[in-house]
Design a binder for this molecule. Structure first.
Ligand SMILES: [Mg+2]
Length: 409
């Protein structure tokens, strides 16, 4: 190879190495730039909220607003309580969420989910099941189904949704033990019923929730009960009877029946626009028919709320004053969950943001308490929903369900 050729090859090699070096430099520069400027889920959430400036509920009829706020309030409370459900003390919640978890703005990155480029706050089994109950009740009202047919449909839909990877029983929604156990029983019965239909004729086969003092008495049925009060708002007695019967699918204990009766009746009267004092008295009356202990718990919680209300001006006051109450009514059992719900309702019936924050920052079953409180306070319609609630999972679909309920009124 002559001298000239060597020089040309060296120059070419140097050029290739230089450009490769530059490409690597550019790649690394772009990579680190992208990493440093990577938008967080929270930032994407804020952008989503800011880009959505519509507040259509301001223009809707009062009853429609009550229904919408109850459904959305229930789902938002459930989603807000998801990160705090298994934090066992208010002190630990405040350590992880300084000042308390008061809205989706306080969520940590891990608390958000993402799907198809959308960031959202996921709800749990409470809303997963309440949504099914609401869908079936809508069909019931449209087609004028009888109680038995409705119970069979709810049973079937609970069972079907168990095999949905994002259904109510998905692991990340922390489904309740009694619901899982009894829906598995229902699945067996539904399969057996296909082979031996005559065996199940004229029997209430959906009543698999264990009855009695030591029966299934968790909050798994009352957490999905407000749809009865919404659909049968004009007939609170029907709301009560049907809600109680539906509890028996998974929760047959007296405390669960009493809690369901109270929640359904309370929601129905709230949609009717009755005042909070009247609503609570009706809830106590309905609970008493099934379990006196539950009625007493609701009464005690109501009295405590009236007492604390006098000295609470801000949310901070309420959070401080309510510590003992929420340590007493942890909400895992149905009667405690309804007592905690009534406490929040009586303390702030006109402020859904306060109600949601109170339910969320509790040491017990936070998602169920916040969901029930959100549904009951929402049903009064005496509140303005903040824009951030639209970050809840399935917001649009839940709003469509609310409109469908309203249109059947
Ligand atoms: Mg839950």
């Amino acid at each position: 190879m002559n001298k000239m050729k060597k020089l040309v090859i060296s120059a070419l090699l140097a050029n290739v190495m230089f450009s490769t070096h530059c490409n690597i430099c550019n790649f690394l520069k772009n990579f680190f730039f992208a990493q440093n400027n990577k938008e967080t889920k929270k930032e994407r959430m804020i952008k989503q909220i800011d880009s959505d400036n519509g507040t259509p509920e301001k223009r809707i009829a009062t009853t429609h607003k009550r229904i919408l706020h109850s459904i959305i309030g229930g789902a938002v409370g459930d989603a807000m309580g998801k990160p705090t459900e298994f934090i066992r003390s208010i002190h630990d919640i405040l350590e992880q969420y300084p000042g308390g978890l008061r809205s989706f703005y306080d969520f940590k990155e891990k608390d958000f989910f993402e799907k198809r480029g959308k960031t959202y706050a996921p709800y749990t089994d409470d809303t997963g099941m309440a949504k099914i109950v609401l869908e079936v009740l809508l069909e019931t009202k449209q087609s004028n189904f009888a109680l038995e047919k409705t119970m069979k449909k709810i049973a079937k839909e609970f069972v079907n949704d168990m095999s949905n990877k994002d259904g109510w029983a998905a692991y990340y929604r922390a489904p309740g033990n009694a619901c899982i156990k009894n829906c598995k029983k229902l699945r067996k019965i539904i399969l057996d019923k296909k082979k031996h239909p005559e065996k199940y004729k004229n029997i209430k086969w959906w009543r698999v929730g264990k009855t009695g003092t030591h029966g299934d008495g968790g909050c798994g049925s009352v957490m999905r009960t407000h749809p009865f009060g919404l659909i049968f708002a004009q007939n609170p007695q029907k709301a009560e009877d049907w809600a109680v019967e539906h509890s028996r699918l998974t929760h047959g204990a007296d405390i669960a029946l009493a809690a369901c009766a109270a929640m359904a009746v309370g929601t129905a009267y709230a949609v009717q626009g009755k005042d909070p004092g009247f609503i609570v008295q009706q809830m106590i009356k309905s609970a008493k028919k099934y379990d006196k202990k539950t009625a007493k718990k609701i009464e005690a919680a109501y009295k405590a709320a009236l007492k604390n209300k006098k000295s609470c001006k801000t949310l901070e006051d309420m959070l401080k004053k309510s510590k003992t109450i929420f340590e007493t009514y942890l909400g895992w059992a149905a009667h405690d969950a309804i007592a905690a719900t009534v406490y929040i309702f009586a303390l702030c019936p006109d402020n859904i943001e306060h109600a949601l924050a109170l339910g969320t920052n509790t040491p017990g079953d936070s998602d169920s308490i916040a969901s029930m409180a959100g549904a009951l306070v929402g049903a009064t319609g005496n509140n303005t929903m903040p824009q951030w609630v639209k970050m809840v999972e399935s917001y649009k679909y839940l709003s469509v369900l609310a409109r469908d309920v309203w249109e059947l009124f």
